[in-house]
Write a protein that binds this ligand. Structure first.
Ligand SMILES: Nc1ncnc2c1ncn2[C@@H]1O[C@H](COP(=O)(O)OP(=O)(O)OP(=O)(O)O)[C@@H](O)[C@H]1O
Ligand SMILES: [Mg+2]
Length: 296
């Protein structure tokens, strides 16, 4: 479902956010994408979802070539970005219907499909509210509805449960599992919650400094000793990834994590035409000198 070879992204000014990523994800898998802040997860996801043009490498996503057939890729995938896609003022149900129409559904079909998706995610009663009047957890579930309404076969989720309470997280996991079981959906999700990765994912891919440093099942990464947190720290080290380290000389200091907008980066984005996916999340952290270790 995903196959990449040497996928890389160097931003204007020389920030090597993703150095070289080789990935294989099979149909029906739930794969957890782990890595410290600034490791290159969001940048990789934005490339895989056609929002950002790679500077090197090749990828086939859901049977379509990423570079030569981005429209083909877009039709088959859903993307829930780190920052989410729910706007503050329009009723969310209407926004999702519009999103479905953008994917080519007729009015009646879109209405029916939206109703079914919201029902499944337990959101029907909230559909008339504007995004600004939803709680964080409710908004995240609507983000998931945006990612699913056009029946993708592959779903990218960038930190879908950050900031959610334990109930909302467990609820979202349940939905994700059910989507895989009932629809055969393939899921590629990033998370910093290693209990989540352990519980939800069939397989984990750990990246650091823009390259894969370990991969395997949660049990394989744990190696029979300790928790996934222990394994993660052993693989990626204990030093903090401070903002700005890998930034180009003279660039402003690091932004708080999750704050939207990197002026330079916009120039790297794929032009707006045809961008029917959710708005992309804000990048954070930094990249630094590459070091490949772990249980490969
Ligand atoms: N548009 C951009 N222009 C310049 N540098 C960027 C841009 N976007 C991201 N970066 C840098 O690329 C590196 C990887 O960022 P990315 O957002 O992919 O990390 P991440 O693994 O998603 O981190 P987090 O866990 O904090 O979300 C960081 O050093 C970041 O500062
Ligand atoms: Mg990120």
């Amino acid at each position: 479902m995903i196959k990449t070879s040497g996928l890389a992204k160097t931003f204007k000014g020389g920030v090597e956010a993703v150095r070289s990523i080789d990935l294989t994800v099979e149909a029906g898998e739930i794969v957890g994408f782990l890595g410290p802040n600034g490791a290159g997860k969001t940048t990789t996801m934005r490339m895989l979802t056609t929002l950002l043009r790679p500077t090197a490498g090749t990828a086939t996503i859901a049977g379509h070539d990423l570079v030569t057939d981005p429209q083909g890729v877009r039709r088959r995938i859903g993307y829930v970005s780190q920052g989410g896609g729910v706007g503050p003022s329009a009723p969310v149900g209407e926004e999702i219907e519009l999103h479905a129409r953008l994917y080519g559904m007729g009015a009646a079909e879109a209405r029916e499909r939206v109703a079914g998706t919201l029902e499944r995610l337990g959101l029907t009663a909230l559909a008339g509210r504007p995004g600004g009047a939803l709680s964080g957890g409710q908004r995240r579930r609507f983000d998931l509805a945006f990612g699913l309404v056009h029946r993708p076969s592959l779903l990218f989720l960038d930190e879908p449960t950050t900031g959610l309470d334990p109930q909302s997280r467990a609820n979202l996991w349940q939905h994700i599992r059910r989507l895989r079981e009932e629809d055969g959906l393939t899921v590629f999700l990033s998370t910093h919650y290693l209990d989540e990765a352990d519980t939800l994912a069939d397989r984990l891919v750990v990246i650091d400094h823009g390259t894969v440093v370990a991969e395997g099942t949660p049990a394989e990464l744990k190696g029979g000793a300790g928790t996934l947190d222990d394994a993660f720290l052993a693989i990626t080290g204990r030093s903090l990834r401070e903002d700005g380290e890998a930034a180009e000389p003279g660039s402003p200091p690091g932004r708080p994590h999750g704050e939207p907008g990197v002026p330079d980066g916009r120039a790297d984005e794929v032009p707006a035409a045809g961008r029917t996916l959710t708005r992309s999340g804000a990048p954070g952290g930094r990249a630094a000198a590459a070091g490949k270790r772990g249980n490969r």
